[in-house]
Design a protein around this ligand. Sequence first.
Ligand code: ZN
Length: 94
Amino acid sequence: MEKCPICKNPGITLLKKAFIGPASFTTCQHCGKKVGVPYLKSILAFSVLLLSMFIAIFFINNPITKYAILAIGVIITFTIYLKWVPLISKEKPT
Ligand SMILES: [Zn+2]
């Protein structure tokens, strides 16, 4: 579980965090507030996935190597997302 940036309780599952896009948000299980990820960092993490897809599709002919590169790209992207991209409040400032 990830800590909520608003109430500091572990209210967001890792899976939920992995599926937050830069334009969307999830809600904390404890306080119910909107929590998201910073735009730039999530785009950077996602670009690793796009890069691995690009390499696999245009430069690799062997299907096994192709899927291996895609799988590595997914793993790296998720690792960056979960370790490096922080959770931030998406509540409108009052
Ligand atoms: Zn919370």
